[in-house]
Unconditional design. Structure first.
Length: 173
């Protein structure tokens, strides 16, 4: 038993030529069954071409989709790791502030506690400009845009949550 191999494009063209010639010759001698068979072969070749073209287009779409999935998976990993990094940085800064309070309470020296915070900011170059003199004004000025962005994020998360609830309610969950 031999395995069927897919026809090449060249073989399909040859089959089409044979079928066209067979139909023409069969019609000349009034052999209707042979002419109909030849016509059916032509239709089958045309359909096979169409299916192959569609399969090629679908394969191209699938390859593009697989590439996009790979890109999204990479983006997802990046975002997850960036989120984890930010979470760890926030945790580290809270830990530094807690250690500063422990130092101050343990020694009674606020300067020793402040050293923890100072060193944390100094390392990455995050100390405020020396010209800043009014702590509250500095805080208010720097915090306002952060607060706006946080509120926008909170609004976005709330809207997402509401949309998810609406979808769940629509599904009867």
């Amino acid at each position: 038993m031999t395995a069927n191999k897919p026809m090449t494009g060249e073989q399909m063209e040859e089959l089409m030529t044979i079928a066209v010639n067979m139909q023409r010759d069969s019609e000349k001698v009034s052999d209707r069954p042979a002419a109909m068979f030849a016509y059916a072969v032509q239709v089958a070749v045309l359909e096979l071409r169409k299916v192959r073209n569609e399969a090629t287009a679908l394969r191209d779409e699938m390859e593009a989709a697989e590439k996009r999935i790979s890109e999204l998976e990479s983006d997802n990993a990046y975002i997850r790791n960036r989120h984890k990094e930010l979470d760890l940085l926030i945790g580290k800064n809270i830990l530094v502030m807690q250690a500063a309070i422990i130092e101050w309470q343990g020694t009674g020296d606020a300067k020793k506690g402040l050293a923890w915070i100072y060193n944390t900011l100094f390392g990455p170059g995050e100390l405020p400009d020396e010209s800043e003199k009014d702590a509250q004004a500095y805080f208010d000025r720097k915090y306002a845009p952060l607060d706006d962005e946080l509120m926008n994020l909170h609004r976005w998360f709330w809207e997402q949550s509401e949309a998810e609830r609406a979808v769940a309610a629509g599904k009867g969950e």
